[in-house]
Design a protein around this ligand. Structure first.
Ligand SMILES: Nc1ncnc2c1ncn2[C@@H]1O[C@H](COP(=O)(O)OP(=O)(O)OP(=O)(O)O)[C@@H](O)[C@H]1O
Ligand SMILES: [Mg+2]
Length: 254
C-alpha cells in the first residue's frame, strides 16, 4: 500500500518538481526562488504566516497563475501549466481557500465542473449527460461518509465539512494524483475538521498525494509526512514530520 512506501526515495523521479519558482504581483515578489519536490503518496503540510506565498505557490501548480521564472516537472516531464483544466488533466486537483464549490449548483454539477460528460457534441458545446452525472456522482460519493440527501441538492445547503468532503470525493473519483487543499478546515467545526483530516489520510492510503495548507499547526503536524515552511516568499524549511515539532514550527514561522 502507498502508505507503507517510504515517501521520499532519493534519486527517484518525484511526482512534481518545482525549481527556482519566482512570482511577482507588480512590485511585490510573492515567491523567491522556491524549489519543491512533491513525492508519491505523501502528505505535505505547507505552512507559514499570512502573505508568505503559500497560495501563490499552489495557484501556480493548479494553473491559476503562471510563474514568472522557474520550471515545473510532473512525473519527469517539463510542463507549462497554462490553466486549471490542464492542471486537472495532469492529475492536480485543488480545493481552494474559501470556495471549494459553486454554491448555487447541485452536488452532481459541482462534481463534474469543467469535466461534464456530453451526450453528444464536443468540449464546450453539446448536451450534457445529466443522468450519467447523477449516477457517477452517487458512485463517487459512496466511498465517503457524508450523510448527503442526494446528488441534486444545491451545494449551498451543505455544511462546510460536507462541501470539503464532496471536493475530496471528486478528487478520488477522477483519480487525481495530487490533491492541494488550501486551508480546507477554515470555518469548520472540530468534528468536521477531523473528518477532512481523516479523508486526507484515507487518500494517502489510496496512493494520492496531498499538499495541505493550514494555519493550524495542530492540524498539519499529526497527518503530514513532511512539513514545508514558507516566509516572505521563500521556503525556509522542508523537514520530515519526525524531525520537527509544533513548537519548533511555531518558532520558525514567527
Ligand atoms: N492577486 C494578487 N495581486 C497582488 N498581490 C497579491 C495577489 N495575491 C497575493 N498577493 C501578495 O503576494 C503575497 C503572497 O500572498 P499569498 O496569498 O500567496 O500568501 P499566503 O501564504 O497564501 O497567505 P495567507 O495565509 O494569508 O493565505 C502577499 O504579499 C500578497 O499580498
Ligand atoms: Mg493563502
Amino acid at each position: 500500500m502507498a502508505s507503507e512506501v517510504e515517501p521520499r526515495l532519493s534519486g527517484a523521479t518525484p511526482l512534481i518538481r518545482c525549481v527556482g519558482l519566482q512570482k511577482w504581483y507588480g512590485a511585490i515578489q510573492a515567491l523567491k526562488n522556491v524549489d519543491l519536490d512533491v513525492g508519491y503518496g505523501e502528505i505535505i503540510g505547507l505552512v507559514g504566516d499570512n502573505g508568505a506565498g503559500k497560495s501563490t505557490l499552489i495557484k501556480i501548480l493548479s494553473g491559476v497563475h503562471p510563474q514568472d521564472e522557474g520550471t515545473i516537472e510532473v512525473e519527469g516531464r517539463m510542463v507549462d501549466i497554462t490553466g486549471p483544466r490542464f492542471a486537472m488533466q495532469l492529475g492536480i486537483e485543488t480545493i481552494y481557500q474559501y470556495t471549494a464549490m459553486v454554491p448555487e449548483m447541485s452536488i452532481a454539477q459541482n462534481f463534474f465542473i469543467g469535466r461534464e460528460p456530453l451526450l453528444w457534441g464536443r468540449r464546450g458545446f453539446g448536451i450534457v449527460d445529466r443522468t450519467r452525472m447523477r449516477q457517477e456522482a452517487l458512485d463517487g460519493l459512496r466511498g465517503i461518509e457524508l450523510h448527503l440527501r442526494g446528488p441534486d441538492v444545491p451545494v449551498k445547503s451543505l455544511s462546510g465539512g460536507q462541501r470539503q468532503g464532496v471536493a475530496i470525493a471528486r478528487a478520488m473519483h477522477f483519480r487525481s494524483k495530487v490533491l492541494i487543499l488550501d486551508e480546507p478546515t477554515n470555518h469548520l467545526s472540530v468534528k468536521e475538521t477531523h473528518k477532512v483530516l481523516d479523508h486526507v489520510v484515507e487518500l494517502k492510503h489510496q496512493g494520492v498525494t496531498s499538499v495541505f495548507i493550514s494555519h493550524n499547526l495542530h492540524h498539519v503536524h499529526p497527518i503530514s509526512d513532511r512539513i514545508v515552511i514558507m516566509a516572505r516568499g521563500e521556503k525556509i524549511a522542508d523537514v520530515a514530520r519526525g524531525d520537527t515539532s509544533v513548537e519548533e514550527m511555531t518558532r520558525l514561522i514567527s
